[in-house]
Structures are given as C-alpha cells and as structure tokens.
Design a protein around this ligand. Structure first.
Ligand code: UD1
Length: 384
C-alpha cells in the first residue's frame, strides 16, 4: 500500500539499520537522502541488534553514517526475543513520526521486524536488496527475505535473478526495480580510503606483507559454527591449507564463542591462521584488495570479492547471490574437505575465475533508489 503525500512536502521515510551488514547498505542511501532535504525528510533508526565498538561504532565512523536519530537498544537475544522486542520498541517510533514509508535493507532480524510493524500500520515498506533466495528455509535470513518481500510495496533488486524469484512468488511486476547494489556503492566510494593492508597485517598478525601472500577467512553462519562437528572439520581443513597460504581470520563474536565452547582453540593455535577481532570496514577492504583469495560464508563478501575481482571460495552449500558465481569470482564448495581442497588448489594454481563486475554494480544504486522513490511518492500524490 502507499500512503499519499502532498507533492510539495518532503517524503518522510524512516530508515532502519540493525546489524553490521546493514551499515554499508544504508551509508550511500543516507547520503543521497540528506543531500536533498526538500525532497526527503529521513530519520535513521538503529535497532541495536549489533551494538558494540567492533560490530557497530567503527562502521558508523568509517562510513560517515549520521548518528542514529533513534536507538532502540534491543541488543542480543534469541531470534524470537530479538524480533519481538524490535517490533515492540519500533511501534511507538512509527506512531510518533508518521512516515510515509519505512525503508529496510538486507535480511537480518531487524529487517523483518520493522517491515512487519510498518505493514500492520498500512505504511509503505521499501525493501533494498529484495528478491535474493538461497532456497534454504533453515537459514534464518531466508525466512526474513521471503517474508519481508511479501509485505513490501517497493522492491529494489541487485541482480536479475531477484526479479525472477519475486515474480515466481507472486509479487507484482510494477513494484520491482532493478537498481544495482548499494553495498558496492560503498565499496567503490571507499576504495581510495582503505587502510594499507601492510599496516593491518603488521599491527594484528605475524604475516609479512612484503614477503608473503595471504588469504582472508570469515565464518559465522549458524549452519557452519553451531554444530561442533561441522566446525571442527572446517577448521581442521582450513588450518591445513593455511600452511600453504597464511590466512587472516577476523572472528565474529558468535564464532569465537562456539570455538571456545567446542574446545577448538588448539586447532587454530597449531596453524597459520591469524585470529583478529572483527575488523573495521576500511581495514577489511584494504586486506581484500591485496588478498590472494577469500574463504567465507558471508553474503556480503561474496559480492565484494566479485566487485574487486578477488577469488572467493564460499563455504556453504548454496548462495542467494548466484550472479557472483555466474558472472563473478565466486565458487560454492560447501563444507566437504575434498571440495574445499580442490577449489583451493585450483585458485592457487590458476588464480581462479576471471569474472566480471555485474550489471549496474557501478556505484550509483543509491541514486537510482532515490530517483525511484521520488517518482513513486510524487506520482502517487499527483494521481490522488
Ligand atoms: C546477524 C544476522 C546475519 C548477519 C550477521 C553479521 C540475523 C538473523 N542474522 O547474525 O544475517 O550476517 O548479523 O554479523 O539477523 N554480538 C556482539 N556484539 C554485537 C552484536 C552481537 O558481541 O555488537 C554477539 C552477541 O552476543 C550474539 C552474537 O554476537 O551472541 C550473534 O549476534 P546476532 O545479532 O544474534 O546474530 P549474528 O550471528 O551476528
């Protein structure tokens, strides 16, 4: 549904962020919105899903995201508690501000929670990064994606598959806009500002940037880290590979906890995996530009490595971002040691897939979204 606005008033939008991968998506949008205050009147709401220095503050600072106007301060909890608590705390914010639209990004619990509050109040829901599907409903993000898209009024997609998925699920074609990738807007906007990888390696690891190549490892998906047997097999496989290529492993808090609980710290100690705290955006971007390869289960890194042309070995059985495999540098290998080893060997021998940057991943997705919102809400108002 669409609430009508008077065509001469700025469009009131509540923009939502909650967790780390949301921050790089909202940054270019806030820049576009705040550049034209006569067109957009925005408030930035942070749910507080991620809240500490490493998972939140460093990103706001480095990406120059304006401080949130409202912080719901929900913190951690089970998925149910987190989602319910965000809904409970977000409702009065919506009542107070009376927006014409609530804009959500990505697929985290904050995304579905705020979208649902808006939909229940007949307020337009705008979903940025709509239509991605892994086909795996056991993944918490997949449930969030499917449900958010069903209750969205404007759906902005990053790759052609997104539209096909949405049409198959009965979303009306006129709601779908292929605009490109806001996360890649952030990547291109910050490339020149990235921290020198040599500096990051020297400060945080025993890897010598002048004499050694290196790779990057990240792991945090529940399917990889919550089961101690899966986690052990993965870490043992990767620890072995690290003897051939040292790996920087910025460790997500949930993964650190799981490794401790499973008693797997010795596997890492006896390897060339360099554990670090979660890195800031500019540190990780700098490392990625120089890395020989990435091994990851992150959605964002699959896209960023494709944009940078760095080989990516994805430690999952599927991806909701197939363009990174079809056009980009990504290979899906799952968690089977044989497949991981084979792909690693291939990348080390050949440099991996050549890949190209996907269509409309050109640094201008946020501008297109701003244009589409302006047209949608202004046209709606004029037609009223
Ligand atoms: C969430 C998202 C996931 C995203 C990931 C990126 C959902 C369902 N999942 O998963 O899609 O890829 O963020 O990080 O929304 N913690 C801290 N500091 C913080 C925040 C959390 O230490 O600032 C700890 C918490 O104690 C918690 C753990 O990290 O136990 C997990 O946080 P949570 O937000 O529940 O899920 P993520 O695994 O981060």
């Amino acid at each position: 549904m669409t609430t009508m606005t008077k065509s001469n008033e700025p469009i009131k939008i509540l923009c939502i962020v909650g967790a780390r991968p949301n921050f790089m998506k909202i940054a270019p949008l806030m820049r576009v919105f705040r550049a034209v205050p006569d067109v957009f009147d925005t408030r930035l709401v942070h749910t507080g899903q991620h809240y500490d220095e490493a998972m939140k503050d460093a990103f706001f600072r480095q990406l120059q995201i304006p401080e949130p106007d409202i912080d719901l301060g929900v913190g951690s909890g089970t998925h149910t508690v987190q989602t319910a608590e965000i809904m409970r705390r977000f409702e009065p914010v919506v009542d107070d501000y009376s927006p014409e639209a609530v804009l959500v990004v990505g697929d985290v619990n904050s995304t579905i929670a705020c979208a649902l509050v808006a939909a229940k109040k007949n307020i337009a829901v705008v979903h940025v990064e709509a239509g991605l599907r892994s086909g795996d409903r056991r993944m918490p993000e997949e449930v969030n994606r499917v449900l958010t898209d069903q209750i969205s009024d404007l759906l902005f997609t990053t790759e052609p598959d997104g539209k096909a998925n949405l049409l198959r699920e009965g979303v009306a074609e006129e709601k779908i806009h292929f605009v490109g990738n806001v996360m890649i807007d952030t990547l291109f906007a910050n490339r020149e500002r990235a921290v020198d990888p040599g500096q990051t390696l020297a400060e945080l690891t025993d890897i010598d940037a002048l004499t050694e190549d290196f790779g990057i490892l990240t792991l945090h998906r529940p399917s990889n880290v919550d089961d101690p047997i899966v986690l052990q097999r993965l870490l043992e496989t990767i620890a072995e590979l690290s003897r051939r290529l040292p790996l920087v492993f910025p460790i997500h808090p949930r993964t650190r906890t799981r490794i401790d609980e499973a008693g797997l710290t010795p596997v890492l100690a006896d390897s060339r995996i360099a554990l670090t705290e979660p890195l800031g955006y500019l540190q990780l971007l700098g490392l990625m530009t120089r890395a020989r390869l990435l091994m990851t289960d992150s959605g964002g890194l699959q896209e960023e490595s494709t944009a940078l042309g760095v080989p990516c070995i994805t430690l999952r059985e599927n991806t909701e971002r197939p363009i990174t495999v079809d056009n980009g540098t990504n290979t899906i290998v799952g968690t089977d040691p044989v497949r991981i080893n084979a792909c690693f060997d291939d990348v080390m021998a050949t440099g991996g897939k050549a890949g190209q940057v996907p269509e409309l991943w050109d640094g201008r997705a946020a501008e297109r979204i701003g244009e589409a919102l302006k047209q949608h809400f202004r046209e709606a108002a004029q037609a009223a």
